[in-house]
Design a protein around this ligand. Structure first.
Ligand SMILES: [Cu+2]
Length: 156
């Protein structure tokens, strides 16, 4: 009887430890097992950056938000071309995501895995995810390479 209890306890402890380690990778029970994590660098005072992060989370991404007042430096270090800059800069599976890029385009990027450095929505067009407002601007999602060469990835 005592021995059985011990066995159960040891097994329980092992399962608990396992739950802890897997829990770190899947923070929510609603998330898919292969949840994609995206690191987002943003200024702490940026509201539209927070709105974009909410948009990503709604689409199932796990977000690691990093606040920094030195966004220009982050963009330079990561290699975002000057003329493509926006507010936040994100990194997912080795790709750069600059600005208010829709989650659907990030999903397509990760699925198709093109040989590009990342995607950008330069500036902050109204109507892009996280820039919701009364007016809807037309905007393009551009893919770019390390030399800053761009291609239209999507148009809205
Ligand atoms: Cu913004």
């Amino acid at each position: 009887m005592r021995k059985d209890f011990r066995k159960t306890f040891v097994l329980g402890a092992a399962l608990f430890a396992l739950a802890l380690t897997t829990g770190a990778a899947t923070p929510s029970l609603n998330s898919t097992p292969a949840q994609t994590r995206i690191t987002v660098y943003k200024d702490p005072g940026c509201r539209c950056c927070k709105n974009w992060i909410e948009h990503l989370m709604k689409h199932g991404y796990g977000v690691d938000a990093k606040d920094t007042p030195a966004m220009a430096e982050v963009k330079r270090t990561l290699g975002v071309p000057d003329r493509l800059t926006s507010c936040h800069t994100a990194v997912v599976n080795g790709y750069l995501i600059e600005g208010h890029v829709p989650a659907a385009d990030i999903a397509r990027l990760l699925k198709q895995k093109p040989k590009v450095a990342g995607l950008a929505v330069p500036g902050m067009p109204m109507g892009s995810p996280g820039m919701d407002g009364p007016s809807q601007q037309h905007y393009q999602v551009l893919s770019f390479d390390r030399n800053g060469k761009t291609k239209v990835f999507a148009s809205y």
